[in-house]
Each structure stands twice: as structure tokens, then as C-alpha cells.
Design a protein around this ligand. Structure first.
Ligand code: GDP
Length: 201
């Protein structure tokens, strides 16, 4: 998919105030600092569309972007940042839960995990929750350029092993690097294919 336009639409913490347009929507979520903003900028080919966070936990809002005037890309707040207070975490959980439960336009989520890290409890629990709520998702392994050619497949294999403890199959996944552009075409092709299917439906 060629990105001909990518525009910011609105930020808010209230799902009822998200755009009303019935366009297919794809949400990006993950732990703070996982590389979400960089990935969104890489996918859209825009340097500063999503704000890369010098200070993790800063963007606690649902950010809507409209892509090619045909679908929404949603940048959700990063979770699991230790310095966010317990009460802030609760508020976060509430509006993220509301977003995923009420946003009927949502087609699929992309859960970002840092390819260098061992599976983290918070990510596994979050994917479990998505599964229980029948929300389709893919895993996006980020920062693949930071791993050696040999280490990368080992990390993916370990992650798969962990997932298979809870899932009957490894969910769809992408290996990406915002520095090299790795995975860009795969993610965009995946979205384009779903959008085409939805149009034909
Ligand atoms: P966010 O908090 O999830 O939005 O993460 P950012 O996109 O702000 O990235 C966090 C840090 O990781 C920044 O210092 C980025 O430059 C770095 N980073 C993000 N993606 C990549 C990547 O693919 N490769 C490398 N080497 N660094 C990355």
C-alpha cells in the first residue's frame, strides 16, 4: 500500500468522542518506549506524525490519524510505565477497556513488543484479555535491527514457545525495524488486504 496521505484527526481519552466515520480502524499499542511512535512514523513515511516520547508515559491519549482518507490508524497510550501512579493506571485501564469494547470500527490491534526482551507479563496478560474479548490482534516485534541475525530467530522462537502455553497457535506476527524499514511492506499489505476484503463484503 502506498501512503498518499496521513493526517492527524483528534486526541482524546473518551471513546465516545472518537471520530464517528465508519472507516476500518487499526490500533497500535504496547509498553512505553517499545518503539510505537517510531513504527507509526516509519509505516506512514512521516517523520513526526506520532510524537516519539522522550518522556515515556507522556501521551496518555487515544490519537486518531486518517490514512489515505480510507482508514484510521490509532495510536493508543503506552502501558506499563512504572512512574505512572496507581490511580493513573486505573484511569488508563478504564478508557483503554472502553476503547476496545466500544469501538465497533476497530478491525484489528497491533500489540508491539520489543524483540530484544523476554516475554513480559503485562504484554501476555494484555493479549490474553484481547483474546477473551474476541479482539483480533497481531504481534509486532520492534527494534529487530538491535539483534544479530542469529539472535533474532531465537527470540521469536522463545516468544512463540511462551505464547503456545496459552494459545493453540502463535498469533499472526510481524518483525519490524523503524531504523531500517523492515516489515513496513508486510504490515501495510496486511492492512490493505483486510480493507479490500471489507469493501467487498
Ligand atoms: P514509544 O514510547 O513506544 O512511542 O517509543 P519511541 O518510538 O519513542 O521509541 C523509543 C526509543 O527507541 C527511541 O529512542 C527510538 O529512537 C528507539 N527506537 C524505536 N524504534 C527503533 C528501531 O526500530 N530501532 C532502533 N535501533 N531504535 C528504535
Amino acid at each position: 500500500m502506498k501512503i498518499s496521505s496521513a493526517e492527524f484527526v483528534i486526541s482524546n481519552s473518551d471513546v465516545t468522542k472518537c471520530p464517528k466515520d465508519k472507516l476500518p480502524e487499526y490500533a497500535f499499542i504496547g509498553r512505553s518506549n517499545v518503539g510505537k511512535s517510531s513504527l507509526i512514523n516509519m509505516l506512514t513515511g512521516r517523520k513526526n506524525l506520532a510524537k516519539t516520547s522522550g518522556r515515556p508515559g507522556k501521551t496518555q491519549l487515544i490519537n486518531h490519524f486518517i490514512i489515505n482518507k480510507t482508514w484510521f490508524l490509532v495510536d493508543l497510550p503506552g502501558y506499563g510505565y512504572a512512574r505512572v501512579s496507581k490511580s493513573a493506571k486505573k484511569v488508563f485501564q478504564k478508557f483503554i477497556t472502553a476503547y476496545f469494547s466500544k469501538r465497533t470500527q476497530l478491525v484489528s490491534a497491533f500489540v508491539l513488543v520489543d524483540s530484544r526482551h523476554e516475554p513480559q507479563k503485562i504484554d501476555l496478560e494484555f493479549m490474553q484479555w484481547l483474546g477473551e474479548n474476541q479482539i483480533p490482534f497481531s504481534i509486532v516485534f520492534t527494534k529487530a535491527d538491535k539483534l544479530s541475525k542469529n539472535k533474532l530467530p531465537v527470540q521469536i522462537e522463545n516468544y512463540t514457545k511462551e505464547m503456545l502455553k496459552y494459545w493453540s497457535a502463535m498469533p499472526n506476527y510481524f518483525i519490524t525495524s523503524s531504523s531500517s524499514g523492515l516489515g513496513k511492506e508486510d504490515v501495510l499489505k496486511y492492512i490493505a488486504e483486510i480493507n479490500t476484503q471489507l469493501k467487498d463484503f
